[in-house]
Design a protein around this ligand. Sequence first.
Ligand code: ADP
Length: 636
Amino acid sequence: MKLPRKNPSTSQIASTQPDPNQAAEVAALKSRIAELEELLHQKDKPPAFTLPKDRPNTSTSKTERFWQRESDEQVRFALEAAGIGTWEWNILKNEVKWSSNMGSVFGLPTGSIVPTYEGFLNIIHPPDRQVFVETVRRAFQEAGNFEVEFRVVRPDESFRWCVGKGKIISNETGQPSRMLGVIYDIHDLKHTTESLRFLVEASHTLTSSLDYHANLQQLAALAVPQLADWCMVFVQEKEGEVRQLAVVHADPARTAWALEFQSNYPYDTDIGRELQKDILQVVRTGQPQFLPEMTDEMLVAIAINDVHLQWMRELGPRSKMAVPLVARNRILGVISFITSRESGRNFTPADLELAQELARQVGQAIDNSRLYQQAQEAIQAQRELDHLKDQFLSIASHELRTPLTTIKGYSQILHRDLLRLHPANLPVVNQVGSREMRILSNVVGQVGRMELLINEMLDISRIQSGQFRLKLNPQVDLNTVVRRVVEQQQDADNDHPLLFQPYQAELIGNWDETRLEQVLNNLISNALKYSPAGSPVEVGLEYDERANEGIVWVRDQGIGISPEHQGHIFDRFYRARTPMNVNVDGLGLGLFISFETIKQHSGRMWLDSELEKGSTFYFSLPLSEAEDADGTEVAS
Ligand code: ADP
């Protein structure tokens, strides 16, 4: 094999003074290439990266040695690239040997671990030693494999999560003599898994109840000690003022101690605000505060007085993050996390990311909860208003009814007396009293309208208080009732042709006749009211044999009702306001009362309507079961 020719342009650029390291590297490369060339020319080339099984490893064959070396290098490279350290513990001699990359796996300087079992135990975080020792002991007893997770303490007192896997090797007598194994760092993986688990739990906590104060308290408790040693939640209730809603330390006594200190400095005082200046800064800027390593000088700089400094030193913060709680581009508060000296934990950028994700969830939860609260308050206020309205309606309608009855009575007497003075067959124009008569008939008409409105108001009060009762009569014929109302309406209205389509047979039911007349009056007068003069209004009856129901419909060719109003049309006080009916008087009560009346008769009420085309209102009523001559019931 020939070495590739040097690229002339490269050699021109190259320095004239060769670097000694580079020269050594080139020499090593050349010798490797020579070795490979020689190998390629050999005929008995073994399969790549394997040693013949039937020959001992002590073979002197140059080829085999070469492939052995290659194979070892491959494995070493793979282990280093994967961050896996290997070790071997000679139990009998209590000697530990480990791969050269072990220091970097633990993040420890080379040679800082005494190569014995005890030396290794010394670098394990004290709370994890017991589990480690127990796991290894069990593996001994069972002469099996083991796997254990533990934290390694670094010289700066921070720790990393590692996993150790091992295998016991026994000698010829069956006694465990050696232990082989691997160790690798799972810190980041564990952090990610735990972060995800934490976020899921946090999201459950935040939605566990509608009381967000309680949820935040629980959330702070969840974050400790998983995420931090201290967790505090602040909410901004007024511009530039934050109130602490939660403070938690794993040890309740420490929590009480912190609360006691803070109680001396209420948040809405100058000194309270001074104490919270870093939190207020986060609220103001919307930027998180991230202090991975806190020093005593920092505490001195932050402290507002000696007592505060003393308190902070006792708190012993090692690392801190304070993250804004944001929802819909508004800053609602801050969540702050602190690790203390003894925990040996420093926040990393990954922790900050987790805290920010959590803060987003918290912000959302606070916002939702506040919106819900506002909606509840609005509903409550509406209920109170409705109650007042009902009360007013009830009182006003009762109070108005008595004087109205008197006015009605007197105006009717006067009207009758005037009629007697001026008999209808005589022309009244220009006669004495003709003007008074016109006025009086107007008064009687308006009193009738007022009576109708007051009766509607009274009905509403009755429906609201559950005192709306029907006076049922078992022998009412629907045809007769509808015909009567249509005729009355025909007499009163000359603007529209009113057409009636009766059903060819009796439709008998157990109904309140007066109330049904009221429903029909309302539907027909609406049809007349909401359609242009001259357009016909039709009223008809049908029989639904399958359901044994009588159906009444009232159809007009008027302004119609748009789909968005149709869903509310039977609501109390609802009026479909459009430019076309803006000048039409009404309270929006008639359909509500009609709907309730039909409902109380166990019937249904509905409509078909198209804007500017017209509307048809329907109601159905269950008919009585008719009795046959022999007493058996048949449909009427
Ligand atoms: P009011 O007519 O006194 O306002 P109603 O309860 O009888 O009260 O009717 C409620 C609303 O329904 C009316 O304000 C009107 O907007 C609409 N409406 C009722 N009947 C018709 C109809 N036939 N055509 C168009 N709109 C109607």
